[in-house]
Design a protein around this ligand. Structure first.
Ligand SMILES: Cc1ncc(COP(=O)(O)O)c(C=O)c1O
Length: 404
């Protein structure tokens, strides 16, 4: 169970629903990543948590940003990072998006098609082009394998077009799929990139960067059946380091690396404070009777990913006592708003009553961004954050938390 003393204190103090972020925890996570992958620059994938306080915390630590739209670029610039630390990582860009990103000073662009490169050449002179290679998404909870990326053959054409239209063919990128659970996925992606780097060099194209993408896993999730996910993080880092060595030896010129984690940096350092809407039992015929635990937070106001995984739930007012198996669901009048697997109910306190607090742990990734604007009248949760506290570097008492 992933909850720092700081986060726990903030959850205990909360009397209303909210999302809480542990900013020092996010800093420590960033520092761990930098230690595991020395020399690799971090471009935080903003979509995972576009909260100004989180972005500014990471920017101060030295991170840049992976932005997917001019709006995200503007938000990234507001943290004070120079445009050179912002990567336009979305391969899908309209002419207007490109012109606006260029006007804002961004020079690094991901792409995966000749059409997009021609638009960059017309609207973003001086652009540095990163071609995204397709991956199969195997081993990830979210594969991201169809919408993005091209074959090695197309990558050669894309980067040759970049060169021939006066742009800089700067790099390759990949995304091995979000919450990637296998080191093998990185091994395969890095090997593929090494082959393409060598093929490009034979055509006189010498890249200066490789973007390792997102996909690093959070540690605190359970799968749809409630089994703890145990990603082999040490092995993943070792495989990435080895792949980087291989890539460097495949390239006749020096290669630098960036990585675009989203989930890994924030998931385990954010939690939702929700409450019990109702614990009820219903029969649906043929002798079947089931408990359902409806929470105040679900798929449409913070837990969008609840159909693919389960979060660890804490019932702080029911530390012990009788438990019953229940299907967990959100508060809306929509049947998708539930943990997907009715066959693997969660054990919840039999005495859970409407209004009791519930902590949804490791829910810091994508919770603030994947939320509707009040579907069925359930508003997005307010976001709060803790800066210091018992786990903090000074060991002093909690500073006041912020609310947005
Ligand atoms: C281009 C790009 N980079 C990085 C990420 C972050 O992925 P993750 O949260 O799995 O690290 C995403 C997520 O979809 C993405 O599209």
């Amino acid at each position: 169970m992933y909850v720092s003393t700081r986060l726990r204190a903030a959850l205990e103090a909360a009397t209303e629903d909210r999302i809480v972020y542990d900013l020092p925890g996010i800093e420590e996570q960033y520092d761990t990543l930098r230690r595991e992958l020395p020399g690799v620059d971090v471009r935080f994938a903003m979509k995972a948590c576009p909260l100004d306080e989180v972005l500014t915390t990471l920017a101060r630590r030295g991170a840049g940003f992976d932005a997917a739209s001019p709006h995200e670029i503007t938000q990234a610039l507001a943290t004070g990072v120079p445009p050179g630390r912002i990567h336009y990582g979305n391969t899908i860009k309209s002419d207007r998006n490109i012109a606006e990103a260029h006007r804002l000073g961004v020079r690094d662009y991901a792409t995966d098609s000749v059409e997009d490169v021609l638009a960059l050449a017309a609207l973003a002179p001086g652009a540095r082009v990163f071609c995204r290679l397709a991956t199969d998404g195997e081993g990830a909870l979210w594969g991201l394998s169809h919408k993005f990326g091209c074959s090695p053959g197309d990558a050669l054409r894309v980067l040759e077009t970049a060169r021939d239209t006066g742009l800089t063919p700067a790099g390759l990128s990949v995304h091995v799929g979000s919450q990637q659970m296998t080191a093998e996925a990185w091994r395969a992606a890095l090997e593929r990139m090494a082959d393409v780097v060598a093929a490009l060099a034979r055509r006189g194209i010498h890249l200066d960067h490789v973007n390792l993408g997102g996909g690093l896993p959070a540690l605190g999730y359970r799968d749809r059946y409630g089994r703890p996910l145990e990603p082999p993080l040490d092995k993943i880092f070792a495989v990435i380091r080895e792949g980087m060595r291989r890539l460097r030896s495949a390239s006749p010129t020096p290669l630098d690396f960036v990585i675009e984690p989203g989930r890994y940096l924030v998931a385990d350092h954010g939690a939702v404070r929700a409450h019990v809407s109702r614990l009820s039992a219903r029969g649906r015929g043929a002798g079947e009777r089931r408990h359902w635990l409806y929470l105040s937070c679900g798929k449409f106001n913070g837990l969008y990913e609840m159909d693919a995984l389960q979060y660890a739930l804490v019932f702080p007012t029911h530390p012990d006592g009788d438990r019953v198996p229940a299907v967990v669901a959100g508060p809306t009048c929509d049947s998708d708003d539930a943990y997907s697997h009715e066959l693997s109910p969660v054990r919840v306190p039999r005495a859970a009553a409407s209004g009791d607090p519930v902590w949804v742990l490791s829910s810091g990734a994508y919770a603030t961004s994947y939320t509707t604007q009040g579907f069925n009248g359930f508003s997005p949760l307010p976001c709060t954050w803790v800066r210091g506290g018992p786990d903090g570097p000074t060991g002093s008492g909690p500073e006041p938390e912020g609310v947005r």
